[in-house]
Design a protein around this ligand. Structure first.
Ligand code: BGP
Length: 472
């Protein structure tokens, strides 16, 4: 960092928490909730989940939300981004499930009582199982079902919710489920991954179109905004790159970032990326009328999830063992500082680099840090004599250093409006379940999911209340 330390954030900068419906709510069969992809995978193979903890319980927030909003309020936070679960809000005929909707009305009302504004995301990797069986994001019927779900949510909560998002990290399902085969249904097919990415893009655009229409009709509040959240991690390469390394950066940035950034700012997809894909035999399942649909995709602002930088270099091979084209491969930076629990590099300056790229390329677009955090293996945690988890030595520097880069970016003109910490209250992390803990607040599974403040909570409260980024 430069000599100057940037340690204050603007008065109107907001602090909040990020979580998601499937990782918190639990109550997986209450209110007529349908099975989602995580329930489906948990039911099929519980051994795939750390310590065999499946999707069923979330972090019990569905039962404890009133208590949790109080905790967030006491930590000085003013907002929470979570997601509605499609599988709870609609029934198997795609109609509103009144019991599920009433649950979310109670949830939103309880948050309001504690002064917590809920930012509502519509989709967090959690397709209802029956729609996955009908083809998931590769099926137009499912894309249209999503648009109908979004429309129903806008109609039902349009007067209550101000900040809406269509998707969280839309790049993750194409990659994790269809390209790298890490997540159910474990596919390794680059073409299908891009088909899924394209389907999600259409779904996003249709939902944004429905939002605009319903806002014009007065169903959605006039002050409501719609956005998209992605891990727009800036790709880096070696310090002395070859043209092939730079090409790897272009395509990684193209698929991960510019694809979505063009969609949400221009209403189209980046032609250089589409052309390169076509040269390698990958063509998108475009139909007549799609151009007009994608044109609906422009948003009001963005969320930026940031945990780690992407570092890539030219691939050693043209195709992988499954016959898929390779455009890049990971580059191991010799100076990387790692969070060993998660296997992710810690590189706070990446948040600034993204901010300055946005300021240069999309100067009018507002955004906020929609996720950032550090997950450390629970069994590494030490406790003081009162049983409080001593996490300040790693959690405080992590958040502090990221926030200082945010403060500097804002001082240099970045339109970053706020910061949401991922999992302020420990939550369930997909197939890692409760292996890595992100929270300032512990969820003790041995003690009936009871909440306990960790050592770092006091620091968060001071920073969120004063907007001064305290050293410790
Ligand atoms: C983001 C997801 C979150 C959350 C977070 C931490 O990519 O949007 O849902 O899980 O990563 O990652 P993990 O839970 O895998 O440690």
């Amino acid at each position: 960092m430069s000599d100057k330390t940037y340690d204050t954030l603007p008065d109107d900068f907001f602090f909040g928490a990020a979580m998601s419906g499937p990782q918190t709510e639990g109550m997986w069969q209450a209110h007529g909730k349908l099975e989602n992809m995580w329930d489906l995978w948990s039911n099929e193979d519980i051994r795939a989940f750390h310590n065999r903890v499946g999707s069923y319980a979330g972090n019990d927030m569905g039962a404890r939300y009133a208590e949790d909003f109080k905790i967030l309020h006491e930590l000085g936070l003013s907002s929470l981004r979570t997601s509605l679960q499609w599988s709870r809000l609609l029934d198997a005929n795609g109609k509103l499930n009144r019991e599920g909707a009433d649950f979310y009305h109670r949830y939103l009302a309880a948050a309001k009582e504690e002064g917590i504004e809920v930012f509502v995301n519509l989709y967090h990797f959690d397709m209802p199982g029956y729609l996955f069986r009908r083809g998931g994001w590769e099926s137009r019927e499912v894309v249209e079902a999503y648009a109908q779900y979004a429309r129903t949510a806008f109609e039902e909560f349009g007067q209550e919710v101000v900040h809406w998002f269509t998707f969280n990290e839309p790049i993750v399902e194409p990659e994790q489920r269809y390209e790298h085969g890490n997540w159910y249904p474990f596919v390794h097919d680059y073409q299908r991954a891009r088909n899924v990415q394209y389907g999600i893009s259409l779904a996003h655009a249709l939902a944004t179109g429905a939002f605009r229409e319903l806002q014009a009709a007065g169903v959605v509040r006039p002050d409501a905004k719609i956005g998209l959240i992605n891990c727009f991690t800036p790709p880096y390469t070696r310090e002395d790159p070859t043209p092939a390394d730079l090409e790897a950066v272009r395509m990684t940035d193209g698929i991960h970032n510019r694809w979505w950034l063009d969609l949400v700012t221009k209403g189209s997809l980046p032609t250089d990326v589409i052309d390169t894909l076509a040269e390698r035999g990958i063509t998108l399942p475009v139909r007549a009328g799609d151009k007009e649909i994608l044109a609906l995709g422009k948003v009001d602002w963005l969320g930026f999830n940031y945990y780690q930088p992407t570092r890539v270099q030219a691939p050693a091979q043209d195709t992988d063992e499954f016959g898929n084209p390779c455009f890049a491969e990971p580059y191991a930076w010799p100076h990387a500082v790692m969070n060993e629990s998660r296997g992710w590099e810690i590189y706070p300056k990446g948040i600034y680099d993204f901010a300055m790229t946005m300021t240069r390329d999309y100067p009018d677009l507002e955004w906020f840090v929609s996720e950032n955090g550090i997950g450390i293996e629970e069994h590494n945690a030490t406790r003081d004599e009162d049983g409080c988890i001593e996490d300040a030595s790693y959690r405080v520097p992590f958040v502090r250093d990221h926030l200082r880069w945010v403060a500097r970016a804002i001082a240099e003109g970045a339109k970053c409006r706020g910061y949401h910490y991922w999992g302020v209250i420990d939550c369930w992390s997909w197939n890692n379940a409760y292996k890595n803990r992100y929270g300032f607040v512990e969820v003790n599974l041995q003690d009936n999911y009871n909440r306990h403040l960790k050592e770092s909570a006091d620091w968060l409260r001071r920073v969120a209340s004063s907007h001064v980024i305290a050293e410790k």
